[in-house]
Design a protein around this ligand. Sequence first.
Ligand code: G3P
Length: 296
Amino acid sequence: MTNDKRQIMKLNSQLFLDGGDPEETKAANELLKTGKPEWGIGIQGQTTNPTLVAKNPDVQKYIASGKRLTQSEALAEYKKIVMAVAEVTKGPISIQVIGDQSTTKEDMLAQARVYKEWIPNGVVKFPCIGNGLAAAEIFCQEFPVNITLNFSQEQAAAVYGATSKRRHHVFISPFVGRLDDRGENGMQVVENELRMYQSIKNHVEVLTASVRKIEHLLYAIALGSPAITIPFKIIEVWAAQGFPLPDDSFMYDSTGLRPIPFRQLDVAKNWRSFNLSHSLTDAGLHKFMEDWRSLL
Ligand code: G3P
């Protein structure tokens, strides 16, 4: 096919910033607005997590001075960041519950109900573990949710069932970069989940996360992932290239990555019957906790 026959794809994905610094939110918003005025969009939402809060420049400065925060001061910092981000975007802003495998459903729900009051456009992020989904099962009837640390299609099948009674948006965040890091084709989890959800009457929006390179972003756009969360550095690279979109001959290069095959799963089954366990979910939870505790 010659270049002139190629069709540039339409942008059907919402673009979120993955970060914990409101200055980056403003900058990313400007880059998109001025770099692609014809799209008529800035940043359309944001995702945050304990690691990103810990990396916030003001928080970092405070910790570097040898001081530590109490749990309630750390949460106040988190709230400050989220409120500043909400000044820039009216789109969904994900706020993550702090916890690990030992955190109860009740504790996660209590945290979620505090976050719910912070901003009107919040989304509460629950980890993709049993207690996280049990809490989300209830909370999705009250407020939007985002299920984070997703690494398998089987987890995504459980998310579908656990949120079947939702009355608000339900996102799921497959972490593609972390699968790539260990030699697996992370983008295939996005492909598989979209394929599974497209074959049924679906309500779960795939929010591609842990984007490490332009190719992840372009392939997620090509697949029509409903949302993509992008680190500021990648937005800068994309902006420097003039915000190219994939064309219909776009091929994602997964050379060297082990395939993650599609599975036929019956999403109508009780969500608790799916195997939720994944070593990267456990490792991710541990790291989030560690980064949060480094502030205390
Ligand atoms: O939104 C998820 C993201 O923050 C995780 O990214 O690069 O730590 O795998 P990463």
